[in-house]
Design a protein around this ligand. Structure first.
Ligand code: E4P
Length: 217
């Protein structure tokens, strides 16, 4: 499963990219606002920090204007992935862009039927929002299972990008279901490294090593 980080904070992105475990980045207008940076500037900088896809979202709601915005965004770098909402105009834009070889992430997916439409529109990625689904009394991970089943039934090439990830269990469940990608905030990705027994084990080994009075090298 690929790991994307869901942020526009370049310090966090650089730090996680240095682990070699980061496959891409997702942003959205709220994350751009949180960064306090100019959209074009920060997106360009992010594209230079990772080799993989960097999702940058259009804000227009109609197809012709979405295309104009996408035209500007895709010139930023070769690894820009245009993010469009799961609407009729968004999927028209998706179809047009992917036909031209541009990566598209269809965002704000909340049902398996919507995911089916995104795949039929040739989306590179579909982003079902599991956290927001859970928040509203639905089962986010059941949605991922349904989409996996449907995509496998028809061999759709669209990658399932689990979004709105809130905690490590979402990551674990995504991997068990066989999602292609998950995007999570930096804190959730960092939390995956942690285990109390790892810390305890290191402390115990170091204490005993100290007692040997030896050094490596
Ligand atoms: C995905 O691409 C979105 O940016 C993101 O995962 C939204 O998550 P949220 O529900 O935590 O805002």
């Amino acid at each position: 499963m690929k790991f994307f980080v869901d942020t526009a904070d370049t310090k966090d992105i650089a730090e996680l990219a240095a682990t070699g475990l980061l496959d891409g980045v997702t942003t959205n207008p709220s994350l751009i606002h949180k960064s306090g940076r100019d959209f074009m500037d920060v997106t360009k900088e992010i594209c230079g920090l990772v080799d993989g896809p960097v999702s940058a979202e259009v804000v227009a709601l109609d197809h012709p204007t979405m295309m104009k915005e996408a035209e500007i965004l895709r010139k930023i770098a070769d690894n820009v992935c245009i993010k469009v909402p799961l609407t009729i105009d968004g999927l028209k834009t998706c179809k047009a862009l992917t036909s031209e070889g541009t990566m598209v992430n269809v965002t704000l997916c909340f049902s398996a039927n919507q995911a089916l439409l995104a795949a039929k529109a040739g989306a590179t990625f579909v982003s079902p929002f599991v956290g927001r689904h859970d928040d509203n009394g639905f089962d986010g991970m059941a949605l991922i299972e349904d989409i996996r089943l449907i995509y496998d039934n028809y061999d759709f090439g669209t990658e399932i990008l689990v979004a709105s990830v809130r905690h490590a269990i979402h990551v674990l469940q995504s991997a068990k279901i066989g999602a292609d990608v998950m995007t999570a905030p930096p804190a959730v990705i960092r939390s995956l490294f942690n285990h109390v027994l790892t810390d305890k084990g290191i402390a115990g080994f170091l204490a005993d090593w100290e007692k040997t009075g030896q050094k490596i090298g």
